[in-house]
Every structure is written in structure tokens, then in C-alpha cells.
Design a protein around this ligand. Structure first.
Ligand SMILES: C[S@@+](CC[C@H](N)C(=O)[O-])C[C@H]1O[C@@H](n2cnc3c(N)ncnc32)[C@H](O)[C@@H]1O
Length: 199
């Protein structure tokens, strides 16, 4: 029998994962014009501990009411900066110590699971209609694509962002040892302190 964690249990579980997390993450959104996509990206970014997001080109305004509908306040937890272009944002991210990995189905891109996502990484996302600009791709340290099996052209940009940020964290967590905290380990959660059971 299982039940959902209470908000306080979730906070404690998040704290356990925070203690196991050192790599710095950032992102660039280049001309992501749909407010609900930006809101969704910012919420995922806050979940995975992204410290800064550069909003480039004509990316939606984070104060737009429709951003808030998907971000649900998480936009306030991030350092947001505006730049004129994606390439400018890539340079700013590099100066801040990040390796910039552009996410795009592009020539020379490597599959995400083989991409250099270790350490301090900034994931760059392109526009809903035309993707990452050539100047952003040129300014990035590497380009990665998410392999697709279905007969579909591309992922929604917010979904692509989630997959890449989760993969960056997964790398670090998988490398840090086999003993991942289970939800039962959040003190106060049902079964707290009990050994993990796996079927
Ligand atoms: C809807 S896609 C852009 C569409 C596509 N580049 C085009 O011109 O038809 C928007 C953004 O989502 C990300 N994206 C979507 N699917 C992706 C995939 N399979 N691999 C890597 N990035 C992807 C990229 O950052 C891309 O720039």
C-alpha cells in the first residue's frame, strides 16, 4: 500500500537530494515565444536546481500571466537575465563558468546520453518554430540531440528541456553511488528509517 507524500515529506525528500547535488545547471531559452512553454521550462528548471536562465531574443516575458499558469511561482526562484541574442547568452554562460550544450537536431550533434553533461552545464534551447539559431549553435561548446523513434519531427521545447535537465542530474546522481534516498527515507514519511524494499 502506498500513498502520496505530504508537502512537508516532499520538502524533506528534496533536501536529501539537494545534499547529493553539486553540479551547477543553467539554461538559455532563445526566442521561446509561447508563455506556457517558458513557464513550463522555468518550473522544470527550478525543480532541477537551475541557478540562472538567460532569456534571449524574443523569448516571452516571464511576468506574462500565462507564464505564471505553468510556472506556478517557480520563476521567482531563478536568476533570470535578458540578452539580445542566443550567442550573447552563450558567451555570458561561459563567462559564468558553464559548458554550453545546445539542444538541437543538428548536424554533428551527439546523442544526449553521450553528450558532455557532467560538471557545470548550461542547456540551450531553441525557438518553437525554427529551433536554435546558427550563431547560438556556433557559440555552444557542444550540441546534443534527443534520439527519436516515432515518426515525429521534434519534441515540444519544454519537454526537450525537461529530458535534458533530468539527464544532466541523473548523470551526477548515478555517479555518486547506488544508494539513492527512497521516498520512505524522508523523515516523517510512512516507513521512515525502514530499509528499502525492491521487488
Ligand atoms: C520544436 S523544436 C524546433 C523545431 C525544429 N528545429 C525545426 O526547425 O523544425 C524547439 C526546440 O526544442 C528542442 N528540441 C525539440 N526536439 C528535440 C530533439 N529531439 N533533440 C534536441 N532538441 C530538441 C530544441 O532546443 C529545439 O530548438
Amino acid at each position: 500500500m502506498s500513498r502520496q507524500l505530504r508537502p512537508t515529506d516532499v520538502k524533506r525528500l528534496n533536501r536529501l537530494w539537494r545534499r547529493r547535488t553539486e553540479g551547477r545547471l543553467a539554461l538559455i531559452a532563445e526566442s521561446v515565444t509561447q508563455p506556457f512553454n517558458l513557464g513550463s521550462i522555468l518550473r522544470t528548471a527550478a525543480v532541477f536546481g537551475v541557478e540562472a536562465a538567460w532569456l534571449a531574443g524574443n523569448t516571452a516575458d516571464p511576468s506574462h500571466p500565462q507564464v505564471g499558469k505553468t510556472a506556478l511561482g517557480s520563476e521567482a526562484k531563478l536568476r533570470l537575465e535578458r540578452t539580445r541574442t542566443g550567442a550573447e547568452a552563450a558567451r555570458a554562460a561561459r563567462e559564468a563558468g558553464f559548458r554550453v550544450v545546445a539542444l538541437e537536431l543538428a548536424e554533428g550533434a551527439m546523442a544526449l546520453h553521450e553528450a558532455p553533461l557532467e560538471g557545470d552545464v548550461c542547456i540551450a534551447l531553441g525557438a518553437e518554430d525554427h529551433g536554435c539559431s546558427p550563431t547560438l549553435l556556433a557559440a555552444a561548446d557542444a550540441t546534443a540531440y534527443i534520439p527519436q523513434v516515432g515518426r515525429v519531427g521534434s519534441l515540444n521545447v519544454a519537454v526537450a528541456a525537461s529530458i535534458a535537465l533530468a539527464e544532466a542530474r541523473r548523470r551526477e546522481w548515478a555517479a555518486s553511488g547506488p544508494e539513492a534516498p527512497g521516498a520512505h527515507e524522508a523523515p516523517g514519511a510512512p516507513g521512515a528509517g525502514a530499509p528499502a524494499t525492491r521487488d
